[in-house]
Design a protein around this ligand. Structure first.
Ligand code: ZN
Length: 252
């Protein structure tokens, strides 16, 4: 029988403490368990503080490609020069304890009740689920009717309806707070992306997260502003690349 736990989905935090704090404040009292879909670090100025916040909070944390790269794995070939610079900066900044913690994180997928959490895709944490080409084969897998993923930094996801229609889950760009409550129909299949907390790339700079309630069969998508200039100032002081600092305000 399905329990009625509500799960907070936190993904792609990328060392952005201000964005994480704003999300946690908005989510307070609305969930029972927190899950982290990876990329705690990389790009932003606060890797240690973000790990300190997430570690006691989340009951399950899987690693993302940046967590892997920042804790000693060779930097992947698809990392662009800016991502490389930020990775090298993060490696130097991490305390030995946090470095070891990141290194110890399991790769997804991890199953919870009726759904999976993954960073990229169920088959490869480095894969991007960007559109129907990648989403359709995954949605057709009968063993995984609901998969929660991150990595693309696009809030929303994809679905096949009980009538077998493929659809993108589109998120309206409304005011801060709960912006969409999305029903998960019994016979439907879903790929759910809570969006990125620390570096959204869907054209909306605000921090994104979601709460899934498998008992009530809903996903709630949230968006919130945060003190962005403070984060950018920290990045400047840390000497992180200007392009990474600017992209935060464009949500790209
Ligand atoms: Zn990421």
């Amino acid at each position: 029988m399905e329990s009625s736990l509500r799960y907070l989905l936190l993904s792609d935090i990328h060392s952005n403490l201000e964005a994480l704090e704003a999300c946690l404040e908005l989510a307070q009292g609305k969930y029972d368990q927190a899950l982290c879909l990876g990329d705690l670090v990389g790009y932003g100025p606060d890797p240690n503080a973000v790990i300190e916040k997430i570690r006691p909070l989340a009951s399950v944390i899987i690693r993302g490609n940046h967590d892997k790269a920042c804790s000693g794995d060779p930097i992947a070939a698809d990392f662009n020069p800016l991502a490389r610079l930020a990775t090298e900066w993060t490696r130097k900044e991490l305390t030995p304890e946090h470095f070891a913690f990141l290194r110890s994180l399991p790769a997804g997928p991890v199953r919870l009740e009726s759904f999976l959490i993954v960073h990229g895709s169920p088959f490869d944490e480095d894969d991007y689920i960007l559109g129907p080409v990648q989403a359709f084969p995954l949605l057709r897998n009968p063993e995984t009717p609901i998969v929660c993923f991150g990595h693309t930094h696009h809030q929303g996801g994809f679905m096949i309806s009980p009538q077998a229609r493929f659809q993108s889950i589109r998120i309206p760009s409304t005011k801060d707070g709960l912006i969409l409550t999305f029903p998960l129909q019994e016979e439907g299949r879903y790929l759910i992306n809570p969006g990125s907390i620390g570096q959204p790339r869907d054209g909306d700079w605000r921090a994104a997260f979601a709460i899934i309630d498998p008992g009530k069969r809903t996903v709630e998508y949230f968006r919130t502003t945060y003190p962005l200039p403070k984060t950018q100032e920290k990045m400047r002081k840390a000497g992180l690349p200007p392009l990474l600092i600017q992209r935060l305000e464009h949500g790209r």
